[in-house]
Ligand binder design. Sequence first.
Ligand SMILES: NC(=O)c1ccc[n+]([C@@H]2O[C@H](COP(=O)([O-])OP(=O)(O)OC[C@H]3O[C@@H](n4cnc5c(N)ncnc54)[C@H](O)[C@@H]3O)[C@@H](O)[C@H]2O)c1
Length: 337
Amino acid sequence: MDKEIKLNNWLITGGCGFIGKIFIKHLKSINPNFSIRVIDNLKVGTREELSFSGDFEEVSDANNLKWESGITQLIVEDILEYNKLLKITSGADVIIHLAANTGVLPSVEDPKMDFENNVIGTFNLLETCRINKIKKFVMASSGAAAGEVTPPIHEEVCAHPTSPYGASKLVGESYCSAYYNSYGVNTVALRFSNVYGPGSTHKNSIVAKFTKRAINGEVLEIYGDGSQTRDFVYTEDLLNAIYLSAIKDIGGEVFQIASNNETTVLEITDLLVKTLKSKGIENIEVIHGSKNVGEVYRNYADTSKAQKILGWNVKMNLEQGIENTVEWFFSLDSKIV
Ligand SMILES: NC(=O)c1ccc[n+]([C@@H]2O[C@H](COP(=O)([O-])OP(=O)(O)OC[C@H]3O[C@@H](n4cnc5c(N)ncnc54)[C@H](O)[C@@H]3O)[C@@H](O)[C@H]2O)c1
């Protein structure tokens, strides 16, 4: 069996966001005594996202921090604040780096904002790993880092990012490689494909957006003819991949984290419409708009490296995953935006 490293103090950047909050739940289910510290500037996530945790506390003084067993601490801070990061990350065994500008479109509209958050932010955190001797750094990259390449995307393909977002994630991966090779920081970059599942309330990716719009009686707009393809990975599968990549004694690695299935935007829309109809949402109107700038046309990934090295496999099939996600949106009581 592969060697595993013992991690107790978990630092999660962007822990109030979609993936952050469900990863924290996942960690607590593995070991309720883990010490968890979150840095989030609350530009997207909210502190209420962490309120599920009975052992939650917000800490305002970064000079007076102590890792506490079984406690989830929130420090409202920006990852661009390097000097504060040095203090906040001190004593961490691992950093799970999720904070980022997360969208292609915002990056096309404001590439400087994307660069600062995704490149400088990642660099700052890698520096804290070097200086504070942190055992492990797991970065959330994206399939967008590979960009417009002939699928299936894999880790050795020559990347051609089509958006500032893809470029900034690729730069983050490059610094991860450099910090492993120059300083021995055990970095892992995970190229998430399109993540969907319960918890995605504020997301604007296709599954969350179309589900919310259909429930609210709004039109679903497909960009272009819908023949573009995506690879959808379910939350539980993703969380498992993040955890495995943290505890495995590996470094300097990149992994595609995806389902290995190519699905057109038309196919996922049909599946969503069918599932929503089965729950009583009738007369869903689907229209076609213009194609998006920076959007990759075909996108699905080969996950054999993650299977081989992490021992990771996708368990959820798309039909069941969509059913669970729609069901979850229905369980929310207030109008969803
Ligand atoms: N959700 C997906 O489908 C998907 C796909 C590929 C990659 N990713 C990557 O996974 C990571 C998490 O994505 P998510 O869907 O949970 O996003 P999210 O937007 O829900 O969460 C990101 C969190 O980071 C915080 N944040 C942003 N910039 C920050 C900064 N400068 N300093 C401190 N906090 C900051 C936000 O307030 C938010 O709570 C991101 O790095 C994203 O690029 C996500």
